[in-house]
Ligand binder design. Structure first.
Ligand code: 5GP
Length: 180
């Protein structure tokens, strides 16, 4: 059985993802002209997104990564966050754009933004591919949003379930029996 057999529904096809990422890249390129932004990708889910987004940015931009762990079950975050890998550079005075795969309850991003704000960046914005706005517990300002999606657990294009499905090139929902 291949990965495709586990899919119930494709929510965002590959071409739709790439068309939207082109738009986001154009918007970011225009907004950050002359500012030399630092894009911070949140490992591991945002890797595919940031790799494609970066290629659509036409101004000089820098890249760094952070890894954080959010305690909780496989499908629910708890808001208790630990930094597993920190940035390779200081961000004081830099124009920072945090790039993540999905903002769900907002607990993880809220914590992360507080942590980064304490390091005095010149500016701090969020770019999230997916926004599950109906699930929000903490307000998170998302300046660049790919898509708002319904309250469904999604995988593909970097997002996993138990470490699997990241390599699917689209965003989809798995069949219920996969979780049993
Ligand atoms: P939050 O703290 O906003 O509730 O959750 C953020 C993190 O939970 C995301 O970065 C992601 O790792 C995980 N997450 C939330 N919703 C989903 C989902 O639908 N699919 C997957 N694969 N991960 C999710």
């Amino acid at each position: 059985m291949g990965l495709l057999d586990d899919i119930d529904e494709v929510l965002i096809p590959e071409a739709t993802l790439h068309a939207r990422i082109r738009e986001l890249g154009a918007q970011i390129s225009s907004d950050y002209e002359g500012k030399d932004p630092l894009l911070i990708g949140i490992l591991t889910g945002a890797v595919l997104f940031i790799a494609d987004l970066l290629r659509q940015i036409t101004i000089p931009a820098h890249l760094d990564f952070m890894a954080i762990s959010s305690y909780g079950s496989a499908t629910e975050s708890s808001g208790v966050v630990r930094i597993l890998k920190d940035l390779n550079q200081t961000i004081e005075g830099r124009h920072v754009l945090v790039v993540d795969d999905i903002v769900d309850t907002g607990l993880t991003m809220d914590y992360l933004l507080e942590t980064l704000k304490a390091r005095y960046p010149a500016s701090l914005r969020v770019c999230a591919l997916l926004d599950k706005a109906s699930r929000r517990k903490r307000h998170v300002p998302i300046h660049y949003r790919g898509f708002e999606i319904p309250d469904k657990f999604v995988v593909g294009y970097g997002l996993d379930y138990g470490g699997t499905y990241r390599n699917l090139p689209f965003i989809c929902v798995l069949k219920p029996e996969v979780y049993r």
